[in-house]
Design a protein around this ligand. Structure first.
Ligand code: ADP
Ligand code: MG
Length: 160
């Protein structure tokens, strides 16, 4: 299975989906989060990061571009990026994007991956969030490529 979609009707449900996903992420996994401002990318990321890190505050990396979370409770470390304010490839170099991507450094969550342009990784979990009402969201998850490492995540989520 390479793709599923989930409908959530509250912030809590979106965070809960994030937590289910968070426990499945390994070192080197990359999650690209598409959706307009206010779609719920940071909300979903909060659920992902707090899986194994209960009580931790997850702020949006809007101005810092990247926030780092150390490995915890058997979960790998995590980088949370928001590239909305990225100006170009030099900015990607300044945050050491390719080093962050190297396996062994943890998983990576990227808001506004459109800004990556040609620097898109080869293998990732694509998430697209669309508002369907004030408190409801359609969240689509797809493993790219279909035979890549992230397909196992879709399989596990659909078996839950
Ligand atoms: P983004 O990071 O995509 O810009 P945020 O996660 O920061 O978006 O904000 C999402 C906004 O949508 C918040 O104000 C949140 O309260 C609201 N919201 C309403 N319903 C939902 C839902 N089902 N899932 C996620 N966010 C929701
Ligand atoms: Mg955000």
């Amino acid at each position: 299975m390479t793709g599923i979609h989930v409908l959530t009707t509250s912030v809590e449900e979106t965070r809960a989906l994030g937590a289910r996903l968070g426990v499945l992420l390994d070192d080197g996994d990359v999650v690209l989060l598409h959706g307009d401002l206010g779609a719920g990318k940071t909300t979903l990321s909060q659920g992902i990061v707090t899986a194994g890190r209960p009580g931790i505050a997850v702020q949006s990396p809007t101005f810092t571009l990247v926030n780092q979370y150390a490995p915890a409770a058997g979960r790998p470390g995590m980088f949370h990026l928001d590239l909305y304010r990225l100006e170009g490839p030099d900015d990607l170099d300044s945050i050491g994007f390719n080093d962050l991507l190297a396996a062994g450094n943890g998983g990576m969550l990227v808001e506004w991956p459109e800004r990556l342009g040609a620097d898109l990784p080869d293998d990732y979990l694509l998430i697209q969030i669309e508002p369907t009402g004030p408190d409801s969201r359609r969240i689509e998850l797809r493993a790219i490529p279909a035979d890549g490492r992230h397909t196992r995540i879709i399989d596990a989520l659909s078996a839950d």
